[in-house]
Design a protein around this ligand. Structure first.
Ligand code: C2E
Ligand code: CA
Ligand code: CA
Length: 718
């Protein structure tokens, strides 16, 4: 999911005009445009108004003066008529005064701006002439004559009235024109307002178009991209930024996309890797196996191997030294594995102390070789927090295509092989179909075993031992029994390894110790012959630093002398981490409990090695004892073991005594103690109590005082 994003380029940002600046510029131009239009309109309106006001005022003046002139002329006509009807000096005087007033008013009228402006004083010059003529001819008209000859100058007055009418007509016309002007002006204003409105509408449309193009468009593209991103589609093209703001938006989006991708990668890594070691986890391993299988199918040849390794003794390190130490060990092991396997193959941590290695293009031989090299990695101790830690490991191997055809099958088969390797303690096991069913069943037992311990569904059987020197009962070995509700009786040989693998063994051993010591205390109360009690320890118990403390606590709890408790360990149980095992043994030895080496002869250690251990007894493995009467070789081994053990000061117990002949031979070979079906099978506590009360081996048995030495001082009957 690689994506290349153009990083934010500040130079490019500068070059792109900001939308805000563009908006400001456009608003400035628009404001200027509208203001200019308003100013022009206002100027026009003011112009029209002042012009028209002046002209109206002039016309009003002119109208007023023409009315006054009309009144004066009427007065002159009336006075003249009066004089002509009854002439008198007074009447005559009145005629002269009226004509003078008319003349005066005519002159005032003609001096008015309206008259000047319209050049009416020239147009109506006849009015002035006729008035002058009237004035000049007044004496003639007012001459005293015979009444019959007195005549009114109709013609002259008619000439005077006529221009005055025309003038008034003009005044009316001018008012009409004025109205026209005003109408025109108002039309102009309305037109301008419409024009402005249209302009504003167009600008709004343009604004919307630009807004759509530069803002809404890019926003919607980015919104789409965001939605697609949220749905996991990353290929969507982002808008080509046209403005600084869209550039910011696109850059911010790209930045977000980059960070989301980074976080997603981190999450993917987390989901597919183990947090502690950084190695691929089970999921990624399955995926790689799947890919490898696909690849091989395409090629048509070649194989692959899956190795699953489980550590022995890791659980104990975790439990006793703490998780941080355990974690440190796992990290170091992860690193060692990575270096050993290299980059071309996959190392994974499956969880807990389980690792897996996927080897591609290998055959069985190469896979086994690599498994050997991996086990070799555990030879060197792990140095964690100043401590040297050893762990052993078991590796299961499964091959494709020989053992499985799917990744799930392959890992299950490798798991089965791993459990076989663990059980057989041989380090490496190749998958064997014959073991499969058996192993799976055992896996299911693990959880049942856990509940069996807590529900007390386990019980102990006790197998007596006799002292070969006295021929009398000397003690018992406690052997664990489990009756599974569905599966019936399950052998400890089967479920003890399960307990070891699941870490239940610690709890289980404590349980056995507790119940064994309780039993021996009970027999003590019943006045039955008292001897020692042997409890088997597993290799894991020797890595448990708390074991000695628990043993001491339980001895105290049941009031049992330490020497009565014998702890049986095997040689191989010392191997996982000899230093720690030795430390545990020494602590147990300090408490005063006895230690026996069980199944002697099946392991690898020499007697001289045992010399360094605080060991009291040695149990010759039943496989030698059972056949020594028929097999000289076995007899030889038994004999020399007894001799060498005695030389080292160890007591020898032979187990697997199935016949009187075997018992006899052991006696001859100077063996110290014997245990086997010939003496008694392992028995439940109640039956053993009966055996103790009735068996020949217990007849004449005297109770040793509690403070006595371990070996009871008894009379020899043999
Ligand atoms: P082991 O410690 O070697 O115990 C002796 C085994 O030999 C017992 O088997 C016993 O029943 C069997 N046996 C005794 N006498 C004879 C005989 O004359 N002939 C034959 N053929 N077998 C005889 P069992 O009880 O099935 O125990 C098997 C193993 O399970 C034990 O071997 C021991 O390693 C382990 N085990 C039993 N109980 C415990 C326990 O409480 N804790 C641990 N860690 N391991 C236990
Ligand atoms: Ca044993
Ligand atoms: Ca044994």
């Amino acid at each position: 999911m690689k994506r290349t994003e153009t990083p934010i380029n500040p130079l490019r940002l500068c070059r792109l005009a900001s939308l805000r600046n563009r908006y400001l510029a456009a608003m400035l131009v628009l404001t200027a445009l509208f203001t200019t239009s308003a100013v022009l309109l206002q100027h026009y309106v003011t112009g029209v108004r002042s012009e028209r006001t002046a002209s109206i005022e002039m016309r009003q003046q002119a109208g007023q003066h023409s009315r006054l002139l009309r009144e004066a002329l009427l007065e002159a006509e009336r006075a003249l008529n009066g004089y002509l009807r009854s002439p008198s000096a007074q009447q005559r005087q009145a005629v002269f005064a009226a004509v003078d007033t008319a003349r005066e008013r005519q002159q005032q009228l003609f001096a008015l701006p309206w008259m000047q402006h319209g050049e009416y004083h020239t147009e109506f010059a006849s009015l002035a002439q006729d008035l002058r003529a009237l004035h000049g001819s007044l004496d003639q008209w007012l001459m005293p004559r015979a009444a019959g000859s007195r005549e009114f100058p109709h013609e002259l007055f008619a000439r005077l009235w006529q221009p005055l009418h025309v003038l008034e007509q003009r005044l009316d016309d001018s008012a009409t024109i004025e109205v026209g002007y005003l109408l025109n002006a108002s039309n102009n204003i309305i037109g301008s307002i419409w024009l402005l409105a249209l302009g504003a509408l167009l600008l709004m449309l343009l604004g919307f178009f630009l807004f759509q193009r530069y803002v809404l468009g890019p926003i919607s593209v980015v919104a789409h991209a965001l939605r697609d991103e949220a749905h996991g589609k990353h290929e969507l093209l982002l808008p080509l930024p046209a403005t600084a703001e869209t550039q910011h938006l696109v850059d911010a989006f790209k930045e977000m996309r980059r960070q989301v991708a980074e976080r997603q990668q981190a999450l993917e890594h987390q989901a597919l890797h183990d947090a502690l070691t950084g190695l691929p986890n089970r999921v990624l391993l399955q995926d790689r196996v799947q890919h490898a299988i696909h690849h091989l199918r395409r090629l048509g040849h070649g194989g692959l191997a899956l190795l699953i390794m489980d550590l022995d003794g890791f659980k104990e390190i975790n439990d006793t030294l703490g998780h941080p130490i355990g974690d440190g060990l796992l990290q170091q092991l992860g690193e060692r594995l990575r270096q050993e396997v290299g980059d071309s193959d996959t190392v994974a941590r499956l969880g807990g102390d389980e690792f897996a290695v996927l080897l591609e293009q290998v055959d069985e031989k190469e896979a086994r070789h690599m498994a050997g090299r991996i086990l070799h990695l555990l030879d060197q101790p792990f140095e964690v927090a100043g401590q040297s830690l050893y762990v052993a490991g078991s590796i299961g191997l499964a091959l494709y295509p020989q053992h499985a055809h799917t990744p799930q099958e392959l890992s299950r088969r490798a798991d089965v092989a791993m459990y076989v390797a663990k059980r057989e303690k041989n380090g490496i096991a190749l998958y064997d179909p014959a073991q499969d069913h058996y192993t799976l069943q055992r896996l299911a037992q693990a959880s049942d075993l856990r509940s069996a311990i807590s529900n007390e569904n386990l019980l102990l059987h006790f197998q007596p031992q006799i002292d070969l020197h006295t021929g009398k009962y000397s003690g018992v070995e406690a052997l664990l029994r489990w009756h599974h509700p569905q599966l019936g009786y399950i052998s400890p040989d089967d479920f003890i390894p399960v307990a070891e693998q699941t870490g239940l063994i610690r709890h289980l051993t404590y349980w056995v110790l507790d119940h064994s010591l309780a039993q021996i205390a009970a027999w003590q109360h019943q006045a039955l012959p008292r001897g020692s009690i042997a409890v088997n320890l597993s290799a894991y118990n020797l890595q448990d630093a708390g074991l000695a403390l628990e043993v001491a606590r339980l001895l105290k709890k049941w009031g049992v002398q330490p020497w009565r408790l014998v702890l049986e360990i095997t040689e191989s149980s010392m191997m996982a981490n000899p230093a720690r095992a030795l430390a545990t043994l020494e602590k147990l030895n300090d408490i005063g409990v006895q230690i026996a080496i069980d199944d002697f002869g099946t392991g690898f250690s020499s007697l001289s090695y045992l010399k360094q251990l605080p060991v009291d007894k040695l149990k010759i493995d039943k496989s030698f004892v059972m056949h020594m009467n028929e097999d000289d070789n076995d007899a030889m081994i038994v004999r020399s073991t007894i001799d060498l053990a005695h030389n080292l000061g160890l007591e020898v117990v032979a187990e697997g005594v199935e016949s009187a002949a075997a018992l006899e031979l052991l006696h001859i070979l100077n063996c110290d103690a014997a245990q086997g079906y010939f003496i008694s099978r392992p028995l439940p506590a109640a039956e053993l109590a009966k055996w103790l009360a009735t068996s020949d081996y217990c007849q004449g048995y005297q109770q040793a005082p509690e403070h006595d030495a371990p070996a009871p001082d008894l009379p020899t009957t043999h």
